[in-house]
Design a protein around this ligand. Structure first.
Ligand code: MRU
Length: 362
């Protein structure tokens, strides 16, 4: 990649001097690369809710920066007063979207810093929170790269890959999760033939995945969601890589609506179906996919958005769940930063966390 393009920019960043969260406004892509500098909590909340910043890891990082910025402004003479205001800001940001666990995961990490340091002064607490949010982002870069390495070990140069939604650099700090093997492969002179589902209704596949893959020089083809079966039947897909928003302890993997259908198709055509996600997206406290809260979004996203005129009768019922989950039985492997978990996931995911604990002891 020689010239500056979307891959050269940070999806989510902290401008500490300006006390601002800086994001690429993803609702404007691919037409316009607009940066938003957000200083107010209500604007950070709105940016997450409106998907100006989106993708599980990216919203976790944005929330961590957001709650740090809230903490920076707190005027409190003692710990209790500081914690009360911090907790209110933490809970407010946590209410912006329900499904991706990375949001509460990152906010919990930030809260733990406050809870574990009761003896520190307010300025010291603010400094510790700064360190933690920066670490959350840096760790995400490392996790994505690791996922890229493990993913790359599963595919051959030139093979066909199908992906759904955007689990790329725009959804993370760097590389992405599902798109990490593809971007990492590009760095090493490889190229894959990638089919990206457009991903109705918000078109993350067409607007975002195609945009970043194309910018990276990847052989990219956009298809409507209902074309995935045909492309698989043609023999053009050797592996499916998708991201995830919350993986349950049994391996059920919640991701953008439509993922479940893609997993069923892959099984039918005998194509390996891989879910890519860092441990920050695995929620061992949730037993199975059915227990995951699925975000419901406004009807207009289905009936009006993107169309020149309304495309469904006014007042018609609309069902618009933002996510579904791929049943664990359909998943060939879950690619994490600590290796590839294979069925039975009830065991292999525990093993992933054991490896993580071991690594953290070192
Ligand atoms: O509603 P979105 O665009 O935030 O949904 C994003 C997805 O479903 C991604 O696939 C998931 O967050 C993984 S991102 C690495």
């Amino acid at each position: 990649m020689s010239e500056k393009n979307i891959m050269s920019y940070e999806t989510v960043a902290l401008d500490d001097a300006a006390s601002a969260l800086v994001i690429i406004n993803q609702t404007k892509l691919p037409d316009e690369v607009e940066f938003l500098h957000l200083t107010e909590q209500k604007d950070i909340w709105k940016a997450i809710y409106l998907l100006q910043v989106r993708g599980a890891p990216a919203i976790g990082i944005a929330a961590a920066f957001g709650v740090y910025l809230a903490a920076k402004r707190i005027v409190a003479s003692d710990y209790e007063a500081f914690y009360e205001q911090f907790k209110a800001a933490r809970d407010y940001l946590d209410s912006s979207r329900p499904t991706a666990v990375n949001l509460s995961w990152a906010l919990n990490r930030m809260e733990q810093v406050v809870l574990a340091n009761r003896n520190q002064t307010v300025p010291e607490l603010k400094e510790l929170l700064h360190k933690e949010c920066v670490a959350i982002k840096e760790e995400d870069v490392w996790m994505c790269r690791q996922i890229g390495e493990y993913g790359l070990s599963l595919i051959k140069d030139g093979c066909g890959i199908l992906t759904h939604c955007n689990a790329g650099q725009l959804a993370t700090s760097k590389y992405g999760t599902a798109l990490a093997p593809i971007h990492l492969g590009r760095e090493r002179g490889m190229n894959f033939k990638v089919f990206t589902d457009e991903t109705r209704p918000l078109l993350q596949g067409a607007r975002l995945s195609a945009f970043e893959l194309f910018a990276d020089g990847v052989d990219t083809t956009v298809i409507c969601d209902n074309m995935a079966s045909q492309v698989m039947k043609n023999g053009w897909v050797q592996a499916v890589f998708v991201g995830c928003d919350r993986v349950a302890a049994n391996g059920d993997a919640c991701n953008k609506i439509g993922t479940s259908g893609v997993a069923i198709l892959a099984k039918y055509y005998g194509i390996p179906f891989y879910v890519c996600g860092p441990t920050s997206t695995i929620d061992m406290s949730i037993a199975r996919g059915e227990d995951i809260t699925i975000e419901q979004r406004p009807a207009e996203e289905v009936t009006e958005m993107w169309y020149k005129k309304r495309m469904a009768p006014a007042g018609v019922n609309v069902y618009n769940p933002a996510f579904d989950f791929a049943d664990h039985e359909l998943i060939t492997g879950i690619i994490t930063e600590y290796g590839i978990a294979r069925p039975p996931y009830t065991e292999s995911l525990k093993e992933v966390f054991r490896k993580k604990q071991e690594a953290q002891k070192k």
